[in-house]
Design a protein around this ligand. Structure first.
Ligand code: ZN
Length: 439
């Protein structure tokens, strides 16, 4: 793939700002695993890429699960004995336990107290809580707010609805040169939370937008789905398509934190795992590679044993492992455009590695070809750098029809991009031929 369209650091920085702008636009929307918040979100994403919106009816059996009733909410509040609003959904949608059933009643503070969720260890933050699969209700508030509540009769109102409707998700299929697919998935079910949720949405959206303008070998399938139930619903209705998925990434929490975390697919040595490890190893930024575990985001479903898809999870801050996780502190101040830009760049490099991988055959395997007479050797006035020379020597040596360029990059301990450039130079001079066996 031609990376020249994004050659300058300025362009990458601009993408980071655009991603941040999209997140800021999506941030106020009250999303959940179903409902109008997801539709509104998909509508906004649709201004950037032509996604298709799909609706799966309530009650649909999806493997061992059932699509739940659709949840929507207009307003919610708690009023103190003086009629003053002390918890207000309109100030933050985190104040209501997501999926709360409708409620309108008066009750004492001691009756209300078990319904109030706080974070004593972070007394200024509001927690994010959900009650998807049991009909319940509650409020979330800062611990400081809670301590200010006096005895007396409170009025609570949750103007929500929980009715038969749909589970909504977005899908964007971008055809490539082959029917083989790369799956890019992110969850769209969190309300006003920036890093865990919106950053993944922004990265997937701008990655799709970028790839649309490029020629690419693979077809790309972008999923914007509610966590867990969304991937289960999609998988249950697209089993045939999963056979075409050759590589995949779940993108989540990519806007904060000073290092990357990549969680490998269940297979552990899939091409996506190796490509991502190579990119991160040579990225110059701190990173951590983790083995697969059946916990986390939708890789849990994609990597369930009945599918075992080669899908890893690219994060910066892993779920549950940063203090701001699932709290009001995961807000627009917590994420940074520069980190979003870096995540975009790394993801693009991973995609480039998948796109550029292949098996080649050295056309001059008996001793080294004379690079100098072809202008490929620095010492006789060529323009190649030492790095390019070394990359070419590695490619020549290992291009015996048995090694992929990614194998060569690993063996040479080189960034994939360098090996790929070395191969391109050799191809241009007819010293290398693509293997027919690898397509
Ligand atoms: Zn989450």
């Amino acid at each position: 793939m031609n990376k020249s369209a994004l050659s300058s650091a300025q362009k990458v920085a601009d993408v980071g700002l655009e991603m941040y702008k999209l997140m800021a636009e999506l941030y106020p929307i009250c999303r959940s695993i179903t409902g109008n918040g997801v539709r509104e979100t998909l509508h906004i994403i649709g201004k950037h890429i032509p996604i298709e919106v799909h609706n799966v009816p309530t009650g649909t059996k999806v493997f061992d699960w059932t699509v739940p009733k659709e949840w929507n909410i207009k307003n919610a509040y708690v009023k103190n004995p003086h009629g003053e609003c002390v918890v207000d959904f309109r100030q933050s949608n985190l104040h209501v336990v997501n999926y709360s059933v409708p409620v309108k009643r008066r009750l004492s503070l001691s009756e209300l107290r078990p319904r109030l969720h706080t974070l004593p260890e972070h007394p200024e933050w509001v927690p994010y809580r959900t009650s998807y699969y049991s009909e319940d209700w509650g409020f979330c508030l800062s611990h400081t707010q809670l301590l200010e509540l006096k005895e007396g009769e409170y009025e609570v109102c949750i103007d929500s609805s929980l009715q038969p409707g749909f589970l909504t998700y977005g899908e964007y299929f971008l055809p490539g040169g082959t029917a083989d697919e790369v799956l890019i998935s992110c969850h769209v079910c969190h309300p006003s939370l920036a890093n865990d949720n919106l950053s993944g949405i922004a990265l997937a959206t701008f990655l799709a937008q970028h790839l649309r303008a490029e020629t690419h070998r693979y077809s790309y399938r972008f999923l914007f789905i509610p966590g867990t139930i969304g991937s289960i619903a999609w998988l249950s209705q697209h089993e045939a398509e999963t056979l075409r998925i050759k590589h995949g990434l779940v993108l989540a929490s990519v806007g904060a934190g000073d290092k990357f975390t990549y969680k490998k697919s269940r297979r552990g040595n899939a091409e996506i795992d190796r490509a991502t490890c190579n990119v991160l190893r040579h990225s110059g930024t701190p990173y951590e590679i983790r083995e697969f575990s059946p916990y986390g985001y939708d890789e849990r479903q994609f990597c369930s044993p009945g599918f075992n898809l080669p899908v890893g999870c690219l994060m910066r801050t892993p779920n549950g492992e940063f203090p701001e996780y699932h709290t009001s502190a995961d807000n627009l101040e917590f994420v940074q455009p520069s980190l979003l830009a870096e995540s975009f760049e790394v993801t693009l490099e991973i995609v480039d590695a998948l796109e550029g991988n292949g098996v080649y055959i050295n056309q001059n395997p008996k001793c080294e070809p004379q690079l100098g007479k072809r202008g490929l050797y620095r010492s006789v006035g060529g323009t190649q750098s030492e790095v390019e020379e070394l990359a070419m020597l590695w490619v020549l040596n290992l291009s015996d029809g048995k090694h992929t360029l990614l194998d060569i990059a690993e063996r040479a301990e080189c960034p994939f991009g360098e090996i790929r450039r070395g191969a391109s130079l050799l191809l241009a001079h007819d010293l290398l031929k693509q293997s027919e066996a690898y397509a």
